[in-house]
Design a protein around this ligand. Structure first.
Ligand SMILES: Cc1ncc(COP(=O)(O)O)c(C=O)c1O
Length: 426
């Protein structure tokens, strides 16, 4: 356990809360939480579900699994059945259980989401990192993966699991279908299991561009999703996994049953009732997901366009609400200011400009790449009232630029402070 780290996101949240308590006007761009209000139909479902107080099956009720199978059959253009579905306490519980029950070590993109490495450490597995292509918008490159795989095998490391995450946290873009298909074919040739974290798939900015490795390699790909991101329900803890429709998949179901049954029993009964509604493809809810995605896109692209105009280097966001910015071009001038790593940089922005970000090292990146992840999800959506206001203005058909100018004071304050910071470097 000593090599597993507490989530840097949660640590940063606590630090910022104490700065806010001291009266500091910190702009929180480190918080990767979608902030739209709970949809009224889901609130009703929770109230209706409140009288359900019995333990339920550890993999989810049959009814819920059937609903989820139908929902994702449509989203992924596959034919899924209930016996392929697992319902967990957030997708984290499912990712952890799958990593624990699978054989071998893990091939992991660099950078990638904070928790994969801690989960691997908790399960006693080693992680073999391979670089995403920094100079090509952090794309997947088969040669890079292939080299990392063979080097690991030569060292006796037994890589058997490949984690992919598209749309991606921290980069905020999706792998191209061409790159993804090549890597998937390669994984198949080498008999690897793919853990495909698709938690952001329903907030892909251009809905039709999501590709899942499960469509060409269904026999050994496990897909992860949930309600945390597209319905802003992180705290309600609903995650789903789709396992292969074969003996390997059923083995995973048995292992999950054992882990969940021994540790948390089941996702709370009222929340399973909520999930039935959330995955029912109700047109009102689907339209809400669409609206929230559009707003994430407008807000994220607005920040991206402004940062680019200021001379910041970052890949174009195409999903979720993250931007991965690099200050490598400024390394000399930053070094003269005593800033040699992304952590120094994040501290400088926090202390001097009251801007909170997460440094690239939190995602396994090299400190001297001077990268930071910013999340556009929190500013100007700090409360339900503010989020409602933005929803209302969007639904009134407002021009997106006007919406950004008139209803996003904190986002604009952030951009002004970044302008000040960049001016200090030039
Ligand atoms: C890439 C990625 N996967 C999984 C999760 C966890 O989501 P859940 O709330 O379903 O556990 C997150 C949450 O931040 C994430 O960014």
């Amino acid at each position: 356990m000593s090599s597993a780290k507490t989530s840097p996101t949660l640590v940063l949240n606590e630090k910022i809360q104490s700065l806010w308590n001291e009266g500091k006007d910190v702009l929180h761009l480190g918080f990767g939480e979608s902030r739209f209000p709970t949809h009224p139909l889901l609130k009703n479902a929770l109230a209706k579900g409140a009288s359900n107080r019995s333990y339920l099956p550890s993999t989810g009720t049959e009814k819920l699994k059937n609903i989820i199978a139908k929902y994702y059959s449509k989203k992924l253009s596959r034919t899924l059945s209930a016996n392929q579905i697992l319902v967990g306490v957030g997708s984290k519980s499912l990712l952890y259980s799958m990593i624990q029950s699978l054989e071998g070590n893990i091939l992991l993109p660099k950078p990638s989401w904070v928790s994969y490495t801690s989960m691997a450490a908790l399960c006693g597995k080693s992680v073999i990192q391979f670089n995403l292509e920094r100079d090509h918008e952090y794309s997947l490159d088969l040669d890079t993966i292939h080299l990392a795989y063979h080097a690991a095998k030569k060292n006796g490391q037994n890589p058997k699991i490949l984690i992919l995450n598209s749309p991606n946290n921290p980069i905020g873009n999706s792998y191209s279908s061409n790159d993804l298909n090549m890597v998937t074919d390669w994984a198949k040739e080498n008999n690897l299991v793919i853990l495909s974290d698709e938690i952001y798939s329903l907030i892909t900015h251009n809905e039709n561009t999501h590709t899942s490795p499960s469509s060409t390699y269904p026999e050994k790909t496990i897909v992860f999703g949930g309600l945390s991101k597209h319905l802003s329900l992180g705290g309600w803890r609903v995650g789903i996994a789709i396992v292969p429709d074969n003996a390997f998949g059923q083995g995973l179901v048995n292992n999950f049953n054992l882990i969940a049954g021994s540790i948390w029993s089941c996702v709370p009964a009222p929340i399973q009732i909520v999930a039935e509604t959330a995955f029912s493809a109700n047109p009102e809810i689907e339209s809400y997901i669409h609206t929230c995605t559009k707003i994430h896109q407008i807000r994220t692209h607005y920040v991206y366009d402004h940062l680019k105009a200021l001379g910041v280097s970052c890949p174009k966001p195409t999903g979720a609400f993250y931007i991965y910015i690099s200050f490598k071009n400024y390394d000399r001038v930053l070094a003269m200011m005593g800033i040699d790593s992304c952590e120094d940089l994040a501290n400088h922005l926090l202390e001097t400009y009251e801007i909170a970000t997460l440094p690239g090292v939190a995602f396994g990146d090299d400190p001297d790449e001077l990268c930071l992840r910013i999340s556009t999800s929190y500013l100007d959506m700090e409360t339900d009232e503010k989020a409602e206001l933005i929803l209302k203005s969007f639904n009134s058909g407002i021009n997106p630029t006007v919406m950004m100018n008139d209803h996003h004071p904190k986002t604009n304050l952030f951009l002004n402070r970044m302008d000040e910071f960049l001016s200090s470097l030039n």
